[in-house]
Design a protein around this ligand. Structure first.
Ligand code: SF4
Ligand code: SF4
Length: 233
């Protein structure tokens, strides 16, 4: 994104609206910090710049990768849907992606309001690959991993995005190893992250993972997704 400095009248609209504070006012002119900007287009679409000084620029690789991970209306080429992850956790009753005895995990880096450098993904995938998690093939982040799935591809590792979601599944027995990895990464990562746990509800309405995690001291706030047929293939 660029701001035509000569046009800017310093109203401040864009400064307030940037989700990661990448725009600063310097001598009454709005200036974008190019390395922080995640190319989300929020300022262009929503700042209502009175002089139309905000313009998207044509992005080239590797910077191009920032947009689909940051702009909610941008459709990712791999998933075919807008957004940073897949629909699997929302459509599981149709797709059966996560079966009985399995847990889906999503780790979302960078949200809210901070963003993340893509190389932060390495902190998780290096140890997760070692314990043999099964990555979601349709997830945009899976597609950007190296062949051995121990790191993000070299040419994009320094790109910043609004959020990146690592999606994978494990059998119940691996939950301790995954929690250990998450706790270790938490001590050294320089951004925020959220962990989602996806589980089927059993016929007796039990959700065993809630009790398993409660015994380890984690309080779960269940959030049910009811599918109305949108996941049918
Ligand atoms: S494109 Fe997004 S991140 Fe970049 S300056 Fe505009 S609002 Fe901020
Ligand atoms: S919205 Fe437009 S005029 Fe206002 S500070 Fe931003 S670039 Fe300048």
């Amino acid at each position: 994104m660029i701001i035509k400095e000569g046009l800017c009248i310093g109203c401040g609209n864009c400064v307030l609206i940037c989700p990661i504070n990448a725009i600063k006012m310097i001598e009454n002119k709005a200036i974008i910090n190019d390395s922080l900007c995640v190319e989300c287009n929020v300022c262009y679409r929503n700042a209502k710049c009175p002089v139309k000084a905000i313009r998207p620029k044509r992005l080239k690789w590797p910077r191009l990768v920032r947009n689909p991970f940051s702009d909610v209306v941008s459709t990712h080429k791999l998933t075919g849907v807008p957004g940073r992850g897949t629909e699997e956790m929302k459509t599981n009753d149709i797709t059966n992606r996560f079966g009985l005895g399995e847990i889906g995990i999503s780790i979302e880096l960078g949200r809210p309001g901070v963003g993340t450098c893509l190389k932060n993904v390495d902190l998780f995938v290096k140890p997760l690959t070692k314990i043999g998690v099964e990555y979601e093939e349709a997830s945009p982040i899976t597609a950007l991993l190296s062949e051995d799935r121990t790191k993000i591809k070299e040419d994009i590792k320094n790109e910043r995005v609004l959020s990146a979601i690592i999606e994978f599944k494990i059998p119940y027995e691996k939950i301790d190893s995954v929690i250990k990895i998450i706790s270790e990464v938490e001590k050294k990562i320089d951004t925020v992250f959220t962990v989602g746990v996806i589980s089927r509800v059993l016929s007796g309405k039990e959700i065993p993972i809630i009790d398993i995690l409660a015994k380890k001291g984690y309080q779960i706030n269940p959030n049910a997704k009811v599918n109305i047929g949108l996941g049918k293939v």
